[in-house]
Design a binder for this molecule. Structure first.
Ligand code: ATP
Ligand code: MG
Length: 285
């Protein structure tokens, strides 16, 4: 039987979360010693560990059938691969930053400037689209140092909290793209491998849905039951059971992480009591 070959970053900001995602999808790997390859026990899958820069090309070439990369690398390498799923972790943005003492009136201020970056393709496309002529200077690392050592006037780099920029005396002036971890796939997978990919994506969706939702139990006064049900509609509709105490019901439902606190406030206003919120292990969607 064929195995689905997945490329994962060998070590870095995507590695641990990606391996954890596979683990939560029920795929355990014996990679205690961090080899170059490992074979899964309970699913026909093999992991190849690579530098993230190399993953899009290896997937295009079919060395790996699929890979997990930052959307930034997917965009920069512009390989012939399909983005098949977003994963929601390793979120960051790619921004232009300039020394904080400089004024900034808009993109046109970048005309004639030198911009240091490890993402020349994304940057050049963006500048061309906006009619800006700047000199793009490619660096493979420590881009944030470029202005202070005098080799660039601005940088274009990954930003998450912004603290690296601040500690290098820079300020963010343009956000050019947002990025998160994504699954990319080779465009010519055979039927057997496509079926394995569908099975894996189904498991991944269940894991992601579970982490984005919570199970909620509460006691509701019957006079507000309808309104409470409207606030927590759940997957189909909530489970409602009478309490031993007259005039009260127990309501069970599923609640999205996104609107969590807002909904809790509404439930309290509607007289809900004894609210319990429980993590969901898997959610079959
Ligand atoms: P490699 O050695 O594999 O080439 P790298 O140094 O290029 O690794 P990392 O710093 O490990 O890459 O980042 C991997 C990916 O994680 C980035 O391409 C980006 O998508 C995302 N990322 C980078 N920095 C952050 C951050 N501060 N917060 C969240 N995600 C980030
Ligand atoms: Mg890299």
């Amino acid at each position: 039987m064929e195995k689905l070959r997945i490329a994962i970053q060998k070590s870095g900001r995507l590695s641990e979360k990606s391996l954890n995602l596979l683990k939560e999808a029920g795929i355990s790997l014996n990679n205690g010693s961090r080899k170059l390859r490992s074979v899964a026990q309970s699913f026909p899958l093999e992991v190849i560990y690579l530098r993230d820069d190399d993953i899009p090309q290896y997937v295009e070439d079919g060395v790996a059938h699929i890979g997990i990369v930052g959307e930034n690398e997917y965009a920069e390498k512009a390989c012939e691969v399909d983005l098949v799923h977003r994963l929601g972790y390793s979120r960051c943005r790619l921004s232009i930053a300039i020394p904080k003492s400089e004024g900034y009136g808009g993109l046109e201020d970048l005309n004639g400037k030198r911009i240091a970056t490890s993402y020349p393709v994304i940057l050049e496309n963006y500048l061309a689209e906006h009619g800006v002529r700047a000199d793009v200077h490619v660096l493979s690392g420590s881009v944030e140092l470029a202005p202070s050592i005098g080799i660039a006037d601005a940088i274009f780099d990954i930003v998450s909290s912004g603290s690296t920029l601040i500690s290098n005396g820079l300020k963010e002036v343009e956000v050019i793209m947002k990025s998160e971890a994504v699954v990319v796939a080779n465009r010519n997978l055979n039927t057997e491998i496509s079926k394995l990919l569908d099975d894996l994506l189904f498991r991944i969706r269940s894991v992601l849905a579970a982490s984005n939702n919570k199970y909620i139990l509460l006691n509701a006064p019957n006079k507000n039951l309808e309104k409470i049900i409207d606030v927590i509609p759940g997957m189909k509709s909530p489970t409602v059971m009478p309490l031993a105490e007259e005039g009260w019901s127990s309501v069970h439902s599923v609640l999205s992480e996104k609107t969590f606190w807002e909904v809790i406030d509404q439930l309290k206003d509607l007289g809900a009591q004894g609210i319990l919120v429980i993590p969901i292990e898997k959610m079959i969607v």
